[in-house]
Structures are given as structure tokens and as C-alpha cells.
Write a protein that binds this ligand. Structure first.
Ligand SMILES: Cc1cc2nc3c(=O)[nH]c(=O)nc-3n(C[C@H](O)[C@H](O)[C@H](O)COP(=O)(O)OP(=O)(O)OC[C@H]3O[C@@H](n4cnc5c(N)ncnc54)[C@H](O)[C@@H]3O)c2cc1C
Length: 234
């Protein structure tokens, strides 16, 4: 059954980097209960045939008062993200959800390797918050790729987490020339990691140009397609 669409109020607008913004929104009718890694569908009043549906992952786990934290980058010429960038506190949005299967595996018996580029880090943040809140001790490595130093999303948070939790490692990469370079820089790390420990639980998120070559590489290394969890944004 389709999830009902409901209005939500924008409670706050915060710039996280020069091109990434956070909106905290509150659904007005029904509280949305979701698992970290899931997303909501926004129905935006723009484009040739409105509504324009755009998906956004939650950046924070479910809160008792039902607020949702959405984080997105401004895509040059992007209709959906440009609309979101002009919203102010008090404005309304239409949304439905939650949706998606990009959630923590039920059995956490191997190291989790989270690999994401740019706003692909949004569901990873939500998942990591759940892991640390639940005191799960599974070792985790996060490889985060940013298009430049200023756009290294959540960098300070990851550093703090790495200092607080011995089970968490964070590797930060900068790839200024898009997804191809991002893949080229990520692959050697992944290769040496797989040498250290043959079987891990990989979760990948970002645009297809980033995620697909990494999944293909993991499958060449003997991973079953289902063992590699992916969320693609485009
Ligand atoms: C399940 C799911 C969850 C998502 N969660 C998020 C999220 O938490 N944060 C977020 O910023 N986006 C997220 N997205 C992407 C989002 O739905 C939009 O596609 C994005 O904001 C671009 O929409 P647009 O209308 O502005 O651009 P469009 O006009 O649709 O242009 C999209 C093009 O811009 C490029 N691009 C650059 N950055 C992105 C990006 N972040 N996502 C998609 N394409 C991009 C791609 O090459 C793509 O072809 C998610 C998408 C899916 C399917």
C-alpha cells in the first residue's frame, strides 16, 4: 500500500558546507517511524509536470517528537535541490515514506565497511548514530570521499567518533574530478583492506558512477551481489 502523503513544516535551515544544507522538518499529520538508512519522498511543486518526486535519506535516527533531518547538496541546474535551497523556516513541504532497504544487516558478524561519496554519507551518518547509540561493538570502517576539502561533509563528526570509539575507523579522501577519480582513489584502499580481512559487510552509497564500479570490484573478489548493499542516488 502506498504511504500517505502529508504536509511537513520546515523547522530549521542550516548550511553544513558551502554547497550542502540541512533541513529539519516535522510531518504535520503522522509521525514517520523509520529505520536508519531509509528515505522519504518529497513532492516538490516544480518542473514541467509537478509534483517532482525526489528522495532524501534521513541523516538522524527517528526522534521522539517526529522531526526528520534531511541533508542535500545543491546540484547545478537541479530542479529539486534548487527548490529545496530556497526554503525557509516555516515553509511547507509534501512528503511520504519511509521507504528503502538500505539498512543495517540483521547479523553483524563481520567488519562493516561503509563507503560513500559526498551526500551519499547522509544515510551512513544515520546508520552510524544507531550503531553507537545501541552500543554495537562490530568494527566499522568508513571511507568518505569529498569533492574538495570544504565539502568534506561531517568530517569533524567522523573524527570525533573515531576518537571516542576504538571500533570505528575513518578514512577521508578528496577527489576533485568527479566520480571516476573518486573510484580510482577508493579502489586501492579497498584492495588493501580486503587483503587484511577477506570477508567484510560492504555498504555503498552515492551516484551510480561511484557505486557501480566499486560493487563490480567487490563481486570480482568473490562477493555475491546480495552481500553488497547499495543505495544509488541517480
Ligand atoms: C533513495 C535515494 C536517497 C537519496 N538521498 C539523498 C540525500 O540524502 N541527499 C541528497 O543530496 N540527495 C539524495 N538523493 C538524490 C536526490 O533525490 C536528488 O536526485 C538530488 O537532490 C538531485 O535532484 P535535482 O532535481 O536537484 O537534480 P536533477 O535535475 O535530477 O539532476 C541529477 C543529476 O545531478 C547529479 N548529482 C549531483 N549530486 C547529486 C545527488 N546528491 N543526488 C543525485 N544526483 C546528483 C547526477 O549526475 C544526476 O544525474 C537520493 C536519491 C535516492 C534515489
Amino acid at each position: 500500500m502506498a504511504e500517505p502523503t502529508q504536509p511537513a513544516t520546515v523547522l530549521s535551515v542550516t548550511d553544513l558546507t558551502p554547497h550542502v544544507r540541512r533541513l529539519v522538518v516535522k510531518p504535520q499529520t503522522t509521525k514517520i517511524s523509520f529505520q536508519p538508512g531509509q528515505w522519504v519522498s518529497l513532492k516538490l511543486p516544480v518542473g514541467p509536470k509537478p509534483p517532482l518526486n525526489r528522495a532524501y535519506s534521513m541523516a538522524d535516527p527517528a526522534s521522539p517528537n517526529g522531526e526528520l533531518t534531511l541533508v542535500f547538496d545543491r546540484v547545478p541546474g537541479g530542479l529539486g535541490s534548487s527548490y529545496l535551497f530556497q526554503l525557509k523556516s516555516g515553509d511547507e513541504l509534501l512528503l511520504s515514506g519511509p521507504y528503502g532497504h538500505f539498512v543495517l544487516p540483521q547479523t553483524l558478524d563481520r567488519e562493516l565497511i561503509l563507503i560513500a561519496r559526498y551526500t551519499g554519507l547522509v544515510p551512513m551518518r544515520c546508520i552510524l548514530k544507531q550503531v553507537f547509540f545501541s552500543n554495537i561493538q562490530t568494527p566499522i570502517l568508513l571511507i568518505a570521499v569529498a569533492p574538495n576539502v570544504d565539502e568534506a561533509l561531517f568530517h569533524q563528526e567522523w573524527l570525533t567518533l573515531a576518537m571516542q570509539h576504538a571500533s570505528f575507523r575513518y578514512l577521508s579522501l578528496i577527489a576533485q574530478n568527479g566520480e571516476v577519480e573518486a573510484v580510482e582513489k577508493t579502489l586501492p584502499m579497498l584492495t588493501s583492506l580486503l587483503k587484511e580481512q577477506p570477508k567484510v559487510m560492504p555498504l555503498l552509497c552515492g551516484t551510480k558512477a561511484f557505486v557501480r564500479p566499486l560493487r563490480a570490484y567487490l563481486m570480482e573478489q568473490g562477493y555475491d551481489r546480495k552481500e553488497v548493499k547499495v543505495e544509488t542516488y541517480d
